[in-house]
Design a protein around this ligand. Structure first.
Ligand code: MG
Length: 350
């Protein structure tokens, strides 16, 4: 019998990585001459100075504490364009609707897309709608693509980086970290995944924990305004653990992460303890992990903390040649390797 695709292969961890590298890149990834090609597997590609990203969103239930399919499909793509350092300009929306979906639910989600597009300041300018037979998909799926452009803000940010060290790239790539760069996390982790899982399974934690879904483009703008930002990544599927591992792998530099500095809300901690899952592996929808030159890290942190989405921002670690991969300096005083998760422990959350 031939192999079948498994759920975990779409969960943003090592198994998905393998699927992409072995079955997709081999066909699409060759010989691309654009500045940031598919093979870099960054949050977005760059073609002729246009930043371009896409994401399909499938979440159960469609409406959950703090958000819905509409809000994550707008924010997810706005965020992937923003973390390259670009200004997101416009989105597309492709709807695939299962026959039988209530019109009320559909409209709720479309309205929510409109609301978040306004908050982000990024209009939805083109789209497509398909309805498929019952059972062909589960309820409703949305694909959004987004484009963004280079700005003076990014140029100025890079000029600041160059005051402190050499910097060859023109975008905030995962591969840009060097020894000494500080790692900043913009706020509490795991709220999105835990809120959704808890609501879906009826655990009751969602009364205290809501999804963090939000567009982070204004947060990115503030950080770029200070300058010294070298990379940025949104810790979505696979959570913080996956994000820091990708940064380390692509930059070919070790990272030490201080567990104590990672902002994890009490409710998330107890939910994770009870469910036996690792908060570091759970997806977020309104956070960013920044790599910043050491000399500007405190200033960037300060400006982030003044933003409503960055109140709990923290410097959680640094790039170093003294370790290989990602090492977690634990709260109990030990050190352990922080592995890339195999897949997100909570499926269907984005
Ligand atoms: Mg991303």
């Amino acid at each position: 019998m031939s192999d079948k695709i498994k759920l975990a292969q779409g969960a943003g961890g090592a198994l998905m990585d393998e699927l992409i590298k072995e079955k997709i890149l081999k066909y699409f990834g060759k010989d691309q001459k654009n500045e940031v090609p598919l093979s870099m597997l960054d949050d977005a590609a760059v073609v002729d100075d246009i930043v371009f990203s896409t994401d399909s969103h499938t979440v159960q239930p469609l409406i959950f504490p703090g958000g819905d399919l509409g809000s994550i499909s707008v924010c997810g793509t706005v965020n992937d364009v923003s973390v390259l350092g670009a200004k997101p300009l416009a989105l597309s929306a492709g709807f695939i609707i299962e026959e039988g979906l209530s019109v009320e639910t559909f409209e709720h989600i479309v309205k929510s897309m409109s609301k978040y597009a306004k908050i982000a300041g990024v209009p939805i300018v083109t789209g497509d709608t398909k309805v498929v037979e019952k059972g062909a998909i589960q309820e409703f799926m949305i694909n959004t693509s987004g484009i963004g452009k280079r700005t003076q803000l990014l140029e100025d940010n890079i000029s600041v980086v160059k005051e402190y060290r050499s910097f060859k790239n023109r975008w905030l790539l995962d591969s840009n970290l060097v020894k000494g760069d500080k790692i900043i996390l913009s706020g509490n982790i795991s709220e999105h995944g835990i809120a959704l899982l808890s609501f879906r399974e009826g655990y009751g934690f969602e009364t205290a924990i809501k999804s963090d879904v939000a567009p982070i483009n204004s947060l990115m703008e503030r950080s770029l305004g200070i300058g010294g930002v070298v990379s940025a990544k949104d810790p979505t599927r696979g959570g913080l653990a996956n994000t820091v591992n990708e940064l380390s792998e692509k930059s070919k530099i070790g990272l030490i992460i201080e567990e104590e500095e990672i902002p994890i809300p009490v409710g998330v901690r107890s939910a994770c303890d009870m469910l036996g899952i690792d908060a570091l592996e759970i997806g977020n929808e309104g956070k960013v992990v920044l790599g910043v030159v050491e000399e500007k890290a405190e200033e960037v942190l300060k400006i982030l903390r003044k933003h409503p989405l960055g109140k709990n921002a923290a410097i959680i670690g640094e790039a170093t040649s003294s370790v290989k991969g990602v090492v977690l300096d634990t709260t109990i005083g030990g050190k352990r390797i922080l592995h890339k998760p195999l897949g997100d422990p909570v499926p269907r959350i984005c």
